[in-house]
Every structure is written in C-alpha cells, then in structure tokens.
Design a protein around this ligand. Structure first.
Ligand SMILES: *Cc1c(COP(=O)(O)O)cnc(C)c1O
Length: 410
C-alpha cells in the first residue's frame, strides 16, 4: 500500500477516534478500508452490466482491439510531424483522409467532443447573427448540454421555428432574413415524439439552404457509419446521409465506437474557417485520442466485416440466444433471466434489445449493488423491480470473461 495513502487514512482514522466517531469499529480495519477505497478510485476498468450499451457514466463505447493496441504502443508519437520530410505536419491529416474515404466528405476536423464541435461550428459561422432551429429539436443531453445554452454561449441568436411536434420547410423559409447566418438541424437523440409529427427533411433543408446561400449544419449526434437496416434495425441516419448538409457534427464515442472526440465534416471552405478559429487550439485532440480514433476508423475502412471488430456493434447485433449460451457457460450459479437492454447515448432512441441477465439478488438490490461496485473490477448492475440484474449485452467479451472471477469476491 503506498505510504501517502496509509498516512492519510491513519490521520483520518485518528481524527475519527478523537471525535469519538468510531462506533466500535476496529481502527486498523477502518484505516485499511479507507486506504483501499482510495487505491481503487479514479478512472479504471469496470464491468458495465447495466444493459445500457452507451453509458456516459461508464465511458460510452469500449475501444476496439486495434485502438487499444495503438494507444498502448504510444510513448513518443508521430502526432504532428511528417514521416517523409521530418517537418512539422498536420495532426488531423490522417483522420481527415480516413473520413473522406468513409463518408465522402470533402474536409474534416477533429475536436475533443461533439459538444465542442457544435460550439465551434455555431461560434464560427453564426456569432452575432441568427441561427434557425426547429422547436422540436431543442434538446438537452446528459447533464449540461442544452442546445439553446450552447447557441447563446456561442454568441449567436436562436431563432426558433415551428412547433413542438410539427415544423415544416415553410417555417424555415419564413424565418430567413438578412441576419440569418445558419440553419441548424439537430438529431433528437434521447427522445421521440409520437403521434402527429412532422419535421422538414434534410433534403428539403439542404435545397432551401443552397437556394438562399445560407449554410446548413446537421448535428448528427451518435454519428453512425453503418446502414442499420442491413441488420434488421430501424434506420439511424448515417454520416454519409447527413452530408447533404454543408457541415456535420458527431461524437466519436457513440455509434462510431471510438474514443471521446468530436467529428466535424463538411466542405473545404467551411471546415477551413473552423480550423482557423483560434479556439481550435483549445479544442484540439491529443495524441491518445487521435491514435484511438484513427485505429477505429481504419477498422471500418480496412476490415472485411467491421461490425465484428467494433465492440459497440458486436454488442448491438449479438442474438439473445448467443447471450443465453454465454450466461450458461459462465456457471456463476446465479439465475438466468430475460432482460431488455437499450443502446443509450441518444442513438436509436426507444429501441429495446432483447437480452439476458444474471440475477444477483431478489431483494435488497441497493445493498447488493453497493457490494458489486466494491469488487475488483467494480461491477455496475441494473436494478429492475427491486432486483439487481447483471445484463450481458452491455458487457464486452473481456468483461464477460472477467465476471465469474470478479463475482468470487461477492
Ligand atoms: C451526444 C450528443 C451531443 C454531445 O456529444 P458529446 O460527445 O457528449 O460532447 C450533441 N448533440 C447530439 C445530437 C448528441 O446526441
């Protein structure tokens, strides 16, 4: 046990003893517990048994093997130097090359996350002027990403059009004036309006934008590179489809299945403008991010069957029967139950995936969940009807293998 941890735990324990707050606990055991807790804290491996595949609290998409290996190969890295000339190069060049081939985009830029991509794009294209957005697309995602706040912080004025459930192309047309700098379309991500709904299509919007000479931005959110219909899933717009817009933003760690990053795709003129914004220096990705993203995108471009190699797609597409077989093979002694998993991360909202889980408790779920989190690696279950369930669909192959071993500590 590292000395600084023992010293701090001892000091805290002595303080608790002085305050008479030990309540009969053994001070040595308390001291050990405090030091052990600290030793295990921070960002490290965990088992996602929540049944939510893209869980922001658990790091969203797990990296594919190629990305993991690329990252662990880094010490110094050729992040911003040209191999043939030995001169200073462009850290974005290879990602751009990959994205051009994967999506057909003219130009591309990588930033730290999609929130940064959205911010930089609105700031550069619409600061001091108006951005038109549909009332049905004014989303909040996670804790603090609220589109109206981002637009305001970017220095643009939001011009809402349409209604909560219906926005037509004429609504956009009427709102255009000499202050209009941007038409902003946003993937509704984590909600779905049912019933009588209407949104202008990306084709209609792109036609309108072109005829009025105003750029159209599409915040695609999860940034899919796969045609989901080929696998019997509902349609999730791909980046290729989003490129009907002049500029597209997306996350790297949702359906792309890479590291946390923001992707900006679009025409040369717009992307060069964004790249030239001094803010770019504050938003640029580091070597670890670029290495992981490049290896992920290379997997899409070079592999015969990328969905087999990108963990998020393997997890989405695996059959319930195959999960059931794995559950039986684990021989944990826990009852095997049917569950319902979700993709999460604002991708394919409302879609439920039939799944299989191990029932870790039939009561006192909170207490069992606390115990599961104290294991090494910690296990994060889902609580359903007061029971703690370990859903297999959100676990990677490695997590499933580690599960019986982790559960021994229960
Ligand atoms: C997830 C999401 C964001 C935010 O992306 P981060 O990668 O979390 O920064 C923005 N817009 C949409 C539509 C999203 O789905």
């Amino acid at each position: 046990m590292p000395r600084p941890l023992i010293a701090e735990a001892a000091r805290e324990t002595v303080a608790a003893m002085r305050a008479g707050g030990l309540n009969g606990l053994d001070p040595v055991a308390l001291c050990r517990q405090k030091a052990e807790e600290r030793l295990r804290s921070g960002c490290r491996g965990a088992i996602n048994a929540t049944g939510v595949l893209l869980h922001t609290g658990l790091g969203r998409a797990p990296l594919c093997k190629a990305a993991q290996e690329r990252v662990s190969s880094l010490h110094h890295a050729s992040v911003e130097i040209e191999l043939d000339t030995g001169r200073r190069g462009d850290r974005q060049a290879h990602c751009r090359w990959l994205l051009q081939r994967l999506t057909g985009c003219e130009d591309a830029l990588i930033v730290n996350n999609n929130a940064a991509a959205v911010f930089l794009t609105i700031r550069t294209l619409a600061a001091g002027r108006e951005a038109i957005v549909s009332r049905g697309q004014l989303i909040e995602i996670g804790g603090s990403f609220r589109l109206p706040d981002i637009i305001e912080q970017a220095g643009a004025r939001m011009r809402e059009v349409g209604t909560t459930n219906k926005t037509r192309i004429e609504d956009y047309e009427r709102a255009i004036n000499d202050q209009t700098a941007l038409i902003l379309r946003c993937h509704p991500s984590n909600f779905k309006i049912e019933g009588f709904t209407e949104e202008a299509s990306i084709s209609e919007l792109s036609e309108l934008a072109r005829s009025r000479g105003i750029p159209l931005m599409d915040d695609a959110g999860s940034g899919c590179l796969i045609d989901t219909r080929r696998y019997g899933l509902p349609h999730e717009p791909t980046l290729q489809e989003s490129l009907k817009a002049n500029v597209v933003t997306a996350s790297g760690d949702k359906l792309i299945g890479g590291p946390q990053a923001g992707l900006i795709l679009g025409g040369k003129e717009i992307v060069s403008k964004l790249a030239a914004n001094p803010l770019m220096r504050a938003l640029r990705p580091g070597a670890i991010t670029l290495a992981a993203l490049e290896a992920t995108l290379e997997t899409y471009l070079y592999s015969e069957n990328p969905v087999d190699e990108i963990p998020i797609w393997r997890m989405i597409l695996e059959s319930q029967e195959s999960l059931r077989k794995k559950a039986r093979r684990l021989k944990t002694g826990l009852p095997i139950v049917d569950t319902v998993a979700a993709i999460g991360g604002g991708a394919l909202p409302g879609l439920s995936l039939p799944s299989v889980g191990l029932q870790a408790s039939d009561s006192q779920a909170d207490e069992v969940a606390r115990k599961l989190r104290s294991l090494d690696p910690p296990v994060f279950p889902r609580i359903v009807d007061g029971k703690a369930i370990l859903d297999l669909r959100s676990m990677t192959e490695g997590e499933i293998e580690a599960l019986p071993w982790a559960l021994k500590g229960l």
